[in-house]
Design a binder for this molecule. Structure first.
Ligand code: A3P
Length: 300
């Protein structure tokens, strides 16, 4: 693939232990060693299936650490928020994690079975952010057009099929949430949804700050919320990946911070696709007591 800034890269999905990694971005041997990482009580992992609000968590965590002071995070942030709170699974990030001073805050899209075993001995903390999978699918479809490391879908129908088969980076949404959710009681885990965050960001941020043991004043908390709204994050280059190089994200194809709402799937799914999705969702999730908000009008 020859990209506009002159770099030539070749990416492909690499199936690895029931999961799809991306060649050139992840190293399977490195990913395997994540399981054995020593975990400190102060370590925090924000876990998401792609397109569920990872960038949002990076912004909120940075702001919580900075007690709402947005100038403090932009001062340290010469690149993007992802440089401050990176994915543990990216090549080279594991070594950096081992050497990093506390607190070590990371994000991950990995399946539960790759993650440090120590998390299941209640070491460190995990925040799992789940998003309704119809909106995940739509957001992921658009992201495939922006992300040069992912194959551009032929059209929405083609991507719909790929997502349903789990033939994408991170594989099946259903497997991801089910395995993490099934193991939640072994871990110090806060389970939260994207929709809860859209509905009442203040309560969601307060919940996170309590969970992380961060003592913020009401004013500081209000500042965290203020600088992590969709509207404000879009104005902060570090918070919306504008500085990510063109060989990774083709910024001409669209913004990473796209719509930030609930229910955009209604503008994409056909009636037949929706019926099929509902049927699969019901079958896959029947033993899980999880319900999602599918339409922004349900919370307005
Ligand atoms: P859309 O494509 O539906 O707009 P991730 O970081 O996991 O890739 O998730 C990206 C999705 O989260 C995008 O969804 C993005 O717009 C949305 N998002 C990021 N920050 C947000 C915010 N502050 N409020 C609402 N949605 C946000």
């Amino acid at each position: 693939m020859d990209l506009n800034d002159g770099k030539t890269v070749s990416y492909a999905l690499v199936p690895h232990k029931g999961f799809n990694l991306i060649n050139g971005i992840h190293d399977p041997d490195d990913v395997d060693q994540i399981y054995n990482l020593e975990i400190r009580d102060s370590d925090v992992f924000a876990v998401t299936y792609p397109k569920s609000g990872t960038i949002w968590m990076q912004q909120i965590l940075l702001l919580l650490e900075a007690k709402g002071d947005v100038t403090a995070i932009s001062k340290h942030n010469t690149k993007s928020n992802a440089d401050c709170i990176p994915w543990i699974e990216l090549s080279g990030c594991r070594e950096a994690f081992i050497a990093a001073p506390s607190p070590r805050w990371r994000v991950t899209h990995l399946q539960h079975h790759f993650m440090p075993a120590a998390l299941s001995q209640r070491k460190g903390k995990v925040i799992y952010v789940a998003r309704n999978p119809k909106d995940v699918l739509v957001s992921y479809f658009h992201f495939h057009k922006v992300a040069n490391m992912l194959e551009t879908p032929k059209d929405f129908d083609d991507f719909f099929e790929k997502f349903m088969r789990g033939d994408v980076f991170a594989c099946s949404w259903f497997e991801h949430i089910k395995t993490w959710y099934s193991n939640k009681d072994d871990m110090n885990m806060l389970f939260i949804t994207y929709e809860e965050m859209v509905q009442d960001l203040h309560s969601a941020v307060r919940k996170m700050s309590l969970f992380l043991g961060k003592e913020l004043t009401e004013e500081q908390l209000a500042n965290v919320v203020k600088h992590s709204t969709f509207h404000n994050m879009r104005k902060i280059p570090q918070a919306n990946y504008e500085q990510v190089p063109g060989y990774l994200l083709n910024h001409h194809q669209g913004k990473f911070m796209r719509k930030g709402t609930i229910g955009d799937w209604k503008n994409h799914f056909t009636v037949a696709q929706n019926e099929r999705f509902d049927e699969v969702f019901h079958r896959e999730m029947q033993d899980f007591p999880l319900s999602f908000i599918w339409d922004i009008r349900d919370i307005e």
